[in-house]
Write a protein that binds this ligand. Sequence first.
Ligand SMILES: Nc1ncnc2c1ncn2[C@@H]1O[C@H](COP(=O)(O)OP(=O)(O)O)[C@@H](O)[C@H]1O
Ligand SMILES: [Mg+2]
Length: 148
Amino acid sequence: MTKSRPPDRPEPAPGATTRALIDIRIQDDILRARQASRTAASAIGFTTVDQTRLATVVSELTRNALVYAGGGVCRVLTRLTVQERSVMIEVEDQGPGIADVTGALTRGFSTGRGLGLGLAAVRKLMDDLVIETCPGRTLVRTGMTRRR
Ligand SMILES: Nc1ncnc2c1ncn2[C@@H]1O[C@H](COP(=O)(O)OP(=O)(O)O)[C@@H](O)[C@H]1O
Ligand SMILES: [Mg+2]
């Protein structure tokens, strides 16, 4: 059987539920994605502080997709296990890719007009961060996990 998922793409986290899928084309979509992340986080009992952290992360990642790739898609997923609850954010675009990932994760590094704090902040606020990138595709996947 052929797999529809390319081999370079991570499998969705086992047991994850997709809570929202937002196309990112215009500025307003960033607000919709932010709100979706808050709603999902609230639904599994995350504190308002964590909801705000997630909304910040979603802002940064979707803005990057919009600015550097002309748009993309944002997926908000949740996962509940006996011991943990997680919100995962995946932002994917079909832009030029990130040439220097290590640089991009460094505070103050920007190829645009930004402050270069976005990805560095995401790494700090979240529990894990994976960036898969090549010319034509960037996927940023990041998660926040809390004990139940
Ligand atoms: N989706 C993306 N596609 C291509 N390049 C990106 C993407 N996201 C981030 N980058 C690159 O990483 C750099 C750092 O991003 P970030 O930390 O958000 O800072 P800023 O957006 O302020 O420049 C950007 O300047 C850009 O070069
Ligand atoms: Mg940015």
